[in-house]
Write a protein that binds this ligand. Structure first.
Ligand code: ATP
Ligand code: MG
Length: 600
């Protein structure tokens, strides 16, 4: 096997000692969750694609619609579980034919569409490693990730290949095969070779057509590497996190607990397929529940989104704070023009969801808006406002069953304070510290690509350290405070930018805000806010002064000293405000790794 190397040591950070009741209870929860899945027939292990696709066919549900693909022109094509089983079998056969070995990496550089599902799930059947990239990446980020992950196969489009991959292909000796989903072989007797008119590429369609549609998934040890995802790069250079097939236990369980998925649902996850959410909840979790997944290839547009929610009778909608804030900017009246009565709840992830957005969403859709928290590294939702439980606007919710979380006392750098390998939990309700999780949940990452040392630094005292700051209230709800790297230190206070952003968003003129610390000779740092206005508000000096005063009333001494208007806050492609870029620009510093910046 010549796939990428990872420092796989699933037991780093050692699960709690055997006497720990919480750890024992959590292990039992995951064992029970595992029993809800089938495993490969003949007791041959656990494979994500089998649980997501084939098992429904075996259970007689092959005729259920698995995917409803919405094209940019809003025409719809449906794919059943049986169709998906056969297409993914074919793709696994194609990988065999191309000589791809188990464990080797298959990358996708695609928009939202059927091809992404077939590539991901066919690769998982084959027990190769699936790695999605954002289709909007330029040549450098594509090259860098293919190189790091030793990509053997890339599935992409003609246009993306020409613009993003061809210019850097010479520097990618490991990349043996490029499959174009929209190029067909030139006519002629040579068609069987499946080459296209573009030198060095193969036709995806011709290869699939030629392949047999039966395939037996090889025995799959649950610890087999399955997925490689690069983080969003919000705080620095993206890291490649590796997950194994066992992760499907957590995908399935959280699909039920955190998203409330059940048979007959129509589920829409708006995440980009290049981001971990696009895989865990765009593909795996909903399919393991046998629901119908809406997959929209179009761009964000408020009316279009409401039309999809209405037209497809979406029952569970998983989206992101920026999307909700963009809808908020367009106003509640627009939403009320549509019949969204099929919807049971809306869930959100990726960034702090301001209480303002929760309240707006709940009033506008007349449905719960459920924030939940997780990271690329955790592979699945860890903390969530669960359907049916009371929502606390502004809180991320409570740990999902099986997850043991805590808040650890922190040192001067904002991270957990580790003394002789030991850490201390914050015991006061409401005390802020680094959010930490007990290792051992099934979708925990098993390593960062080529960075064992960094992986080890994520663990201390028997905990996985998340890099986020949080507080836990007396009822056990977790509240996001900020990223340890983002915290502003001003005149002896530690300020989480999110708290300031949320307070500003309570002003009717503010649609979104990004807050940074700016060096100051007296205070150490002062708070500066960049503010995007809602429709109908002008960026006047009066409004600026009003916002400064508003901030002071709400926040007192931690209020922003400076406020600037910015209708184009920089976001990552996963929808997060890139505060480090705001800061670099403000200070005239190098902008750093911008591979994941959303270009507008
Ligand atoms: P990088 O690690 O490269 O800096 P990133 O942390 O943004 O990028 P992801 O793994 O995509 O990459 O994002 C996970 C992070 O997103 C979390 O650690 C947290 O900071 C933030 N996040 C996710 N969900 C929430 C939420 N519900 N509330 C607040 N923050 C959230
Ligand atoms: Mg991160």
């Amino acid at each position: 096997m010549s796939g990428p190397t990872v420092g796989v040591d699933a037991r780093t950070g050692a699960p709690a000692e055997s006497g720990d009741d919480a750890a024992r209870a959590s292990a039992e929860v995951w064992r029970a969750a595992r029993r809800l899945l089938d495993g490969l027939p003949g007791d041959r292990g656990l494979n994500i694609a089998h649980e997501a696709v084939d098992r429904h066919v075996l259970h007689g549900d092959g005729g259920v619609v698995a995917l409803r693909c919405v094209a940019p022109d809003e025409s719809v094509s449906e794919v059943t579980y049986a169709d998906l089983a056969s297409l993914t079998n074919r793709f696994a056969r194609v990988l065999d034919r191309l000589g791809v070995a188990p464990g080797e990496a298959v990358f996708s550089l695609l928009g939202r569409g059927l091809e992404t599902y077939v590539t991901a799930l066919g690769t998982l059947k084959h027990t190769s490693l699936y790695c999605p990239l954002f289709a909007a990446f330029g040549p450098e980020p594509v090259r860098e990730r293919l190189r790091l992950g030793h990509g053997r196969v890339l599935v992409t489009t003609y246009d993306l290949y020409r613009r993003r991959v061809a210019p850097v292909r010479d520097g990618l000796p490991d990349l043996r095969h490029v499959l174009l989903v929209d190029a067909v072989p030139p006519a002629g007797p040579d068609g069987a070779a499946a080459g296209t008119a573009v030198p060095g590429t193969l036709s995806w369609a011709a290869l699939l057509d030629d392949a047999d549609d039966s395939y037996e998934i090889p025995a799959t040890d649950p610890e087999t590497p399955a997925l490689l995802h690069f983080t969003s790069g919000t705080t620095g250079k993206p890291k490649g996190a590796v997950h194994v097939h066992e992760a499907v236990v957590a995908h399935h369980a959280t699909g039920a607990h955190a998203l409330g998925l059940r048979g007959g649902d129509v589920f829409w996850c708006t995440a980009d397929p290049g981001w971990v959410t696009g895989t865990s909840y765009g593909i795996v979790a909903p399919l393991t529940h046998g629901v119908t997944v809406v997959c929209d290839a179009g761009e964000f547009n408020a009316r279009r989104w409401y039309r999809i929610l209405q037209g497809h009778r979406v029952t569970v909608w998983y989206t992101a704070p920026t999307a909700l804030r963009m809808l908020m900017r367009t106003g509640g009246e627009l939403a009320r023009e549509y019949d969204l009565s099929a919807l049971r709840h809306v869930a959100s992830v990726g960034e702090p969801l301001n209480p303002e957005a929760v309240v707006w969403g709940q009033e506008t859709f007349d449905r719960p808006v459920l924030d939940n928290w997780w990271q690329t590294e955790t592979g699945a939702i860890m903390i969530s406002n669960e359907p049916g439980s009371p929502v606390r606007p502004g809180s991320m919710g409570v740990p999902v069953p099986g997850v043991v979380a805590t808040v650890l006392e922190r040192g001067d750098d904002g991270r957990a304070l580790v003394v002789d390998g030991a850490v201390r939990e914050v015991t006061d309700p409401g005390g802020t510290g680094e959010l930490a999780l007990r290792p051992g949940w099934p979708s925990m990452f098993r390593g960062y690509l080529d960075d064992e040392a960094r992986y080890r630094r994520c663990f201390a005292g028997g905990w996985y350290l998340t890099g986020d700051l949080a507080r836990r209230d007396e009822d056990g709800y977790y509240w996001f405070v900020g990223r340890a790297d983002d915290v502003i230190k001003s005149a002896g206070h530690l300020i989480g930018p999110f708290e300031v952003e949320s307070a500003l968003m309570e002003h009717p003129a503010v649609a979104e805000a990004g807050v940074i610390g700016k060096p100051d000779p007296v205070a150490g740092e002062v708070v500066k806010a960049f503010v995007t206005l809602r429709r109908g508000f002008e960026p006047t000096e009066d409004l600026r002064l009003e916002l400064v005063a508003f901030g002071r009333r709400r926040l007192g001494s931690v209020a922003p000293r400076e406020i600037a208007f910015d209708q184009n806050l920089p976001h990552t492609r996963s929808g997060k405000v890139m505060r480090r870029l705001l800061k670099a620009r403000e200070l005239g510093l190098p902008e750093g790794d911008l591979s994941t910046l959303e270009r507008v």
